[in-house]
Design a protein around this ligand. Structure first.
Ligand code: COA
Length: 532
């Protein structure tokens, strides 16, 4: 074993300072998560309960195995938008009858559970997780359909929801719809396109057009039950496979459906004797400095994430601002790429490309730990080929087919975000720490570049340059870019799968690795042309 040493002193002032900065950010994050948990607020939650209904989260809690973890995804969706935090939908990975499933639940306390543009993005991300990892998908449905005032943003792209259901089914990935209430118009296609359906007695309403619409269209008089009630669908139309007498019965039936899927993971399974890290996960609070300009050693993070803190570094003396190496995490093998000094140079890029190819040859998943300001700029570096070397790394990341996991610990700027498998490079999962920041470049640099460009433009036109206005604009731009770089903002836009407490990282990554292993893990045998 190659156990990583540590230089962290939990009794020292530096550790205390870093911890205080992280805990302050975590307290702010708690307040934002509380908004998602509150759903539509006390008035609507109370009304929902008075109707004898369970909330979205209670339905999930009943559905999953007792005391099993639920890895919630995108809880901050819609943060910073005009819509409530959480986007009227709860999504995540939970274990039902021992089977890891993607579970989604409409939150009917938020505007009748209607889907706004962020609900749609969140639902599509959940479908992507189900498809990429071959996880059965269970939808707990009760929704007012499209959020009508924002229909222009969702009607056309929203067709993908139903497309995904049938593509999952075609790929042999089971889909289950449990209908607790309204599921009308387009929503009717959720049970309509699912492999298995459960409808709740006197609650489910599944029709293309409700009584008023039918009256308008054909003059026919009809009621909810005869148009789309559970009993009608179970006895007459055949849309309901299972007739549930109440919500609890519906959840019981959904669990039986999953139990009968005979779902098997293809393996390889984890090493059952995985050791915990040698150092306390609690200490992950005290590693990242409050000021991201101060570098930190990612080996201190790796030492608190991987089994037995056992890490075999690859090329430690070459391209040392990127740390690469092999480890196991909750018994699964992983290759780790972690930024060590922030900047990526040519050597780091080439080392990354080689390391990624090795992981693909061995079918080993990759973990990217971000703290990068991007690829190095400057005359010497351009002449040394930084573009083609960065391109080499991005080529390897883009064409690598082993599963990737990304964690934004600190900075994730510029093309460095891409090379380290940012969101557009489709890591299976991407989580941020509250200390993370991501943007095309740092706020000061961006404001400075804008100022230089404006100054040059004024000079070219022979106009005087207003220095006071420049200073004011710079300050404003810096503030705006800083706000747009923060993890809650980016999480609100679904650019990650959630902002997590650093102390939970090993657990979250372990759950992800377990979920990932529902699909075969196979490395790439071909890449784009490497420019040498
Ligand atoms: N778009 C926008 N807002 C909607 C909505 C929708 N599709 N459905 C409900 N809402 C809003 C309501 O206006 C109401 O807002 P308010 O409290 O500020 O007045 C809030 O959500 C709660 O709706 P309410 O009707 O009081 O809840 P309910 O639980 O009694 O009924 C529904 C829920 C979904 C059955 C009912 O609201 C409904 O029929 N909505 C329209 C469904 C529809 O036709 N959708 C289009 C399908 S594509």
């Amino acid at each position: 074993m190659t156990v990583l040493p540590t230089r962290i002193d939990p009794a020292g002032p530096e550790y205390a300072e870093h911890c205080a900065a992280m805990l302050a950010k975590l307290a702010e994050l708690d307040a934002e998560h509380a908004k998602a948990l509150a759903g539509g607020g006390p008035k609507y939650v109370e009304r929902h309960r008075k109707r004898g209904k369970l909330t979205a989260r209670e339905r999930i809690e009943l559905l999953v195995d007792p005391d099993s973890p639920f890895l919630e995804l995108s809880p901050l969706a819609a943060w910073g938008s005009e819509f409530p935090v959480g986007a009227a939908l709860v999504t995540g990975i939970g274990v039902i009858e021992g089977v890891e499933c993607v579970i989604t639940a409409n939150d009917p306390t938020v505007r009748g559970g209607a889907s706004n543009p962020w609900t749609l993005r969140k639902a599509l991300r959940a479908n992507e997780v189900a498809l990429g990892n071959r996880l059965p998908l269970v939808n707990l449905v009760e929704s007012g359909g499209a959020d009508l005032p924002s229909q222009k943003e969702i009607f056309i792209p929203g067709g993908a929801l139903f497309r995904d259901l049938t593509r999952l089914s075609a790929a042999g990935i089971p889909t289950v719809a449990v209908v607790f209430g309204n599921s009308t118009a387009g929503g009717a296609y959720v049970p309509g396109m699912s492999d298995h359906t459960v409808l709740v007695k006197e609650r489910a309403k599944v029709f293309l057009g409700g009584p008023p619409l039918v009256k308008m269209a054909t003059g026919e008089e009809a009621d909810d039950e005869s148009l789309g009630g559970a009993e009608m669908h179970a006895r007459t139309s055949g849309l309901a496979d299972h007739f549930a007498v109440d919500e609890v019965d519906a959840v019981r039936l959904a669990r039986r459906i999953v139990a009968r899927l005979d779902h098997r993971k293809p393996g390889p399974g984890p090493d059952r004797f995985a050791e915990p890290p040698k150092y306390a996960e609690e200490e992950l609070l005290g590693i990242v400095p409050g000021d991201l300009k101060v570098p930190f050693d990612p080996r201190e993070v790796i030492a608190r994430l991987v089994d037995g803190s056992d890490f075999d570094e690859f090329k430690p003396l070459y391209g040392s601002s990127l740390c690469t190496g092999w480890a196991r995490l909750h018994g699964y093998p992983v290759g780790v790429l972690a930024n060590a000094q922030g900047v990526l140079f040519s050597a780091e890029s080439q080392k990354a490309a080689q390391f990624i190819q090795l992981a693909n040859q061995r079918n080993t998943p990759l973990l990217f730990l971000h703290n990068t300001t991007g690829y190095m700029v400057g005359k010497d570096y351009e002449q040394g080929g930084i573009i083609k070397h960065g391109a080499m790394m991005i080529n390897a990341v883009a064409n690598s087919t082993v599963p990737h996991l990304s964690v934004l610990m600190g900075a994730s700027y510029g093309a460095g975000h891409y090379g380290m498998c940012g969101r557009a490079y489709e890591p299976r999962f991407l989580f941020s720490w509250p200390s993370a920041k991501s943007a095309v470049m740092g706020p000061q640099q961006l404001a400075g570049v804008l100022s230089i460009v404006a100054r040059q433009s004024a000079a070219a036109k022979g106009q005087p340059y207003d220095e006071d206005a420049d200073a004011a604009i710079r300050a404003m731009v810096e503030q705006q870019i800083e706000a747009e770089s923060l993890p809650v903002f980016l999480s609100g836009r679904l650019y990650d799968d959630g902002v997590i407490d650093p102390r939970d990282t090993r657990t979250v990554l372990g759950l992800c690795l377990s979920a990932i292993h529902n699909a075969p893990v196979e490395g790439a045998r071909g890449y784009g042309v490497f420019r040498l």
